[in-house]
Design a protein around this ligand. Structure first.
Ligand code: SF4
Length: 406
């Protein structure tokens, strides 16, 4: 991807005098202050626009922790400029004062760089205009003496031309999402569709896409911090895939990071909601869906769909929701993959349970042939167990020395 090169500044580390007398807390603060002043930008404005949205993306972002919104707003991340957020729900200001900064940005009068963040899909306002209405708007303008809402799509169009970056957050803004599902009476689409494939921001970036319904809040704040470091000339341009997703966050499937993947490998599958095994037979699309929610958790490294028992319905993918319907029904590909897992898994489970039988015994207990537990009866190894264990240990000892053996 081609992008304008950010200004490069030489970063000089503060000198360390006598290591024995370093006050690390003080040093950290000094380092941070020094780093904060690095780069050409002290402040960057972030203008949040909401189209056909449920505000779920905003809720997800305020729950982010790595980094948190507070860290971005206070400018406490070394090197990352302080963000001045203009958000229709979170900002304290309202009315004309609130809208004025959006106008200044759209007119090119803002004397600071800014990014545009769009939540919700972009509706086709020409459909609503034909009946004198609007789908989503903010701020008003005078039309024949009557104040009329200004569609957010218009704001997006005018502000995107001067923005350092346009970031689409959530599946509605990235790919169209639920408002653009079959039927789509509002003509809804993603920001990328709306601005077109030739769109480039003032810094040469196409639309950055962070999908999810709702997205992982940390995916957003982390990407913003990475892009801002690039704008400061302190970091490389973060790697994005061919759809503008942060590659390091979306290049793996849900399945690869799933806490239930071990059950899949051993061929055991949930048949009911609440079962602990892999959810693929009750409708999980995790093996094909690109998302990191299982690894990262929903908020503060907690939760996440499959971690709490919900099959993946593909909400980060461009073909969501129609391409994953009907929900909670076994994906057709499962016929091949889970049948194979069940066959292999039966053999693997049997062998592993045999190994586990001996690994659950201490050296003393194996020597005595008895487990002295008052909690319950433990079966003693029979001839077949011992025979298998003997050969297993032979294999285990190959190329190394077992403790106590010649
Ligand atoms: Fe993969 Fe879904 Fe099963 Fe997890 S629950 S192991 S993501 S198929």
């Amino acid at each position: 991807m081609k992008a304008v090169e950010a200004p490069v500044r030489e970063v000089v580390a503060p000198p360390l005098s006598n290591p024995d007398t370093i006050d690390f807390n003080r040093l950290l603060v000094q380092d941070q202050l020094a780093a904060i002043s690095l780069g050409p930008h002290k402040e960057v404005h972030a203008f949040w626009l909401a189209g056909m949205s449920c505000d779920g993306c905003s809720v997800a972002v305020v729950g982010a922790t790595q980094p948190s919104v507070e860290m971005l707003l206070h400018g406490t991340i070394p090197g990352v400029p302080k963000i001045i957020l203009h958000h229709p729900v979170l900002s304290v200001e309202a009315g004309e004062n609130f809208v004025r900064e959006f106008e200044r940005a759209a007119n090119g009068d803002l004397e600071a760089p800014f990014v545009v963040i769009f939540e919700g899909s972009v509706a086709d306002e020409s459909i609503s205009a034909s009946t004198g209405g609007y789908w989503s708007g903010f701020g008003v303008r005078d039309v024949d003496g009557v104040p009329q809402p200004i569609p957010t799509a218009e704001w997006l169009k005018s502000m995107s031309e001067k923005a350092a970056a346009v970031i689409a957050i959530g599946t509605c803004a990235t790919w169209g999402g639920v408002p653009a599902a079959f039927g789509n009476v509002t003509g809804s689409m993603g920001v990328m569709d709306f601005l077109g494939d030739d769109y480039r921001s003032a810094l040469g970036l196409p639309v950055v896409n962070i999908p999810g319904c709702s997205p992982v809040g940390d995916n957003f704040t982390e990407t913003v911090a990475a892009v801002l470091l690039f704008l400061q000339g302190l970091g490389p341009l973060p790697e994005f895939d061919e759809l503008g997703r942060p590659a390091w966050l979306f290049d793996e499937t849900v399945h690869r990071g799933c806490t239930r993947a071990g059950f899949y490998e051993e061929g055991t599958f949930a048949q009911n909601y609440g079962d602990k095994e892999c959810l693929v037979e009750i409708g999980c699309w995790g093996p094909v869906v690109q998302c990191n929610i299982n690894k990262r958790g929903a908020i503060n490294h907690l939760g996440g769909c499959m971690n709490v028992g919900a099959p993946c319905i593909g909400c980060t993918m461009p073909n969501f929701p129609d391409g994953f319907a009907p929900f909670y029904q076994r994906p057709p590909g499962t016929l091949v993959s889970s049948t194979t897992s069940k066959t292999n898994g039966f053999i693997i489970r049997t062998l592993r349970s045999h190994t586990r039988f001996f690994q659950n015994r201490s050296r003393n207990w194996i020597a005595k042939g008895h487990v002295p537990s008052g909690w319950g009866h433990t079966r003693e190894p029979n001839v077949i167990d011992k025979f298998g264990h003997y050969f297993y240990q032979k294999l285990q000892a190959m190329g190394g020395k077992m403790p106590g053996k010649a």
